[in-house]
Design a binder for this molecule. Structure first.
Ligand code: SAH
Length: 257
């Protein structure tokens, strides 16, 4: 989940460096009454947003709902305790079973590309730690997420419950097939790389809907695509960036990976 075009420098980026913090979101500390952990490591989250998402080298994340969500979600509680020190660094972090929580910048880029609004129904494929699901849940209460590795699924269920993201609905299964029972979705986000756009996912997208998905093989640079379904069901897609994601696994859910 490496953003390999991160070093593009444009003059406007330099200006953005000086105005960081004035683009519609606040750095204020979150108050009392929140689940345990939300007030911890706030300065690191502020630094993450200021330098990795909106800093002078990274001008792409401007959506205030996304920035607010990422300021709020305690990312360090989504990684294993022995990785907690690395939770706010500018890179993916291992979460066990060969999987990783995406780099903050990539989470921001993908979430912003969804143009998610409150009340929209969003499906995520690849729950992993549950971090992206929590970011989505900060924007809309209608979040559905599917994970194929049982221990990750079970840990995410417990974590999201504990952190009061109880509105998120989780499923243990192969996300390639989507979640028919709750379809259609306004938005779909796939956080593992597929070899092609899974037809069931495109089918489960509402007309006018959007899907963000990395497409490509495991050992190659993949393209992060924004796929749009028009009102007549037609498909168009646009490449947003080059990325590296863990693969979308096919098969029966389990813990063997
Ligand atoms: N979004 C996650 C990180 C994703 S890592 C987070 O915020 O932490 C990719 C995840 O996709 C892994 O947890 C992996 O087990 C899961 N995955 C891979 N193939 C899948 C499939 N077919 N269906 C559902 N989940 C899958």
């Amino acid at each position: 989940m490496l953003n390999i075009r991160r070093f593009v420098l444009i003059p406007a980026a330099c200006i953005a460096f000086f105005v960081t913090g004035s683009n519609g979101f606040s750095y204020s500390a979150w108050g009392a009454g929140l689940p345990e952990g939300f007030s911890e490591r706030q300065p690191e989250r502020e630094r993450m947003v200021a330098t990795q998402l909106t800093g002078w080298m990274r001008t792409t994340i401007t959506d205030s709902a996304v920035l607010q969500a990422m300021l709020r979600v305690p990312r360090h509680l989504f990684v294993p305790p022995n990785q907690a020190a690395l939770a706010y660094q500018d890179s993916p972090v291992p979460i066990g079973h060969g999987q990783t929580i995406s780099q903050p910048y990539i989470v921001g880029l993908m979430t912003q590309a969804l143009e998610l609004k409150s009340g929209m129904k969003v499906l995520e494929i690849g729950t992993g730690s549950g971090y992206e699901a929590a970011v989505l849940a900060e924007i809309t209460p209608e979040v559905f997420t599917i994970e194929i590795i049982r221990p990750l699924y079970e840990a995410a269920v417990a974590r999201l419950q504990k952190l009061e993201y109880g509105s998120v609905k989780l499923l243990l299964g192969d996300g390639y097939f989507g979640w028919k029972e709750f379809a259609p979705f306004d938005r779909i986000i796939v956080t593992c790389a597929a070899l092609h756009i899974p037809p069931p996912l495109f089918e489960q997208l509402k007309p006018g809907g959007k899907m963000v998905i990395p497409v490509g093989g495991t050992f190659e640079t993949q393209r992060l695509l924004l796929v749009t379904k028009d009102e007549n069901g037609g498909r168009s897609s646009k490449a947003l960036d080059f990325v590296r994601f863990v693969p979308l696994i096919r098969g029966t859910p389990g813990s063997e990976w």
